[in-house]
Design a protein around this ligand. Structure first.
Ligand SMILES: CC(C)(COP(=O)(O)OP(=O)(O)OC[C@H]1O[C@@H](n2cnc3c(N)ncnc32)[C@H](O)[C@@H]1OP(=O)(O)O)[C@@H](O)C(=O)NCCC(=O)NCCS
Length: 185
């Protein structure tokens, strides 16, 4: 088993099909809101870590990065999304490894604060808490695939290069938004 980083345009067609299969198998039930679809989790990306069993992709996570503002302060928001490992490969530590690599990459790319929305039914909240994420406890704003402003109340936050800003976001009440780009993760 090996994990490799790919910027989007370097993924081969075969590996792209493997990733589509993982998305359908592991992530297609993520949305319970008809106004939110997979596209919301896709953009904007800065590449993916893919987990390989020989030449087959069996796990994936996307690294996200976008500019946002909090109370007039511009900062880089990012983190990871679409963390998934095919069922037959789970409970071997690959999910944790993919998440740790994505957070480290986000730090290298200049992400100040990481955020992510959690599938509350997945039973995996504790795993994210152990990585360092804390619930925002108020809605996070984002622009969905249809250009509508939506909110998500399952968002967790973690400081990367600017832990003080993460604390401020968690402990003050200004609007937390994903930024002007479409999509959230
Ligand atoms: C989440 C997922 C990627 C974990 O992959 P994995 O390779 O099994 O992960 P690991 O073996 O590294 O385990 C990661 C942690 O999750 C926990 N975990 C794994 N499967 C779990 C489950 N079904 N329910 C609750 N916790 C689980 C493990 O106890 C471990 O926690 P710890 O390392 O803090 O002790 C995988 O279960 C998956 O693809 N799920 C479907 C997609 C999904 O829900 N993604 C998250 C969207 S928010």
């Amino acid at each position: 088993m090996i994990i490799k980083y790919f910027s989007d345009d370097t993924i081969s067609e075969k590996h792209r099909r493997d990733v589509d299969f993982i998305n359908e198998t592991c992530l297609s039930n993520d949305s319970v809101d008809p106004d939110i679809d997979m596209y919301d989790w896709e953009a904007p990306e800065d590449g993916k870590f893919l987990l390989f069993d020989n030449d087959r992709v069996v796990g994936r996570v996307a690294v996200h990065k976008t500019m946002s503002e909090y109370n007039g302060e511009s900062y880089c928001l990012g983190g990871f999304g679409g963390l998934a490992v095919l069922p037959e490969y789970r409970s071997n530590g690959y999910g944790r490894k993919l998440a740790e690599l994505a957070l480290s990459k986000a730090g290298d790319l200049g992400v100040d604060v990481a955020c992510m929305c959690v599938n509350m039914e997945s039973g995996i909240t504790e795993f994210y808490k152990r990585l360092g994420f804390v619930f925002l406890n108020r809605p996070a704003y984002f622009v969905n695939w249809a250009d509508k402003e939506k909110t998500d109340d399952t968002v967790m936050i973690m400081g990367i290069n600017n832990p003080a800003l993460a604390e401020k976001i968690l402990n003050t009440e200004d609007i937390f938004a994903y930024g002007k780009n479409k999509g959230h993760w």
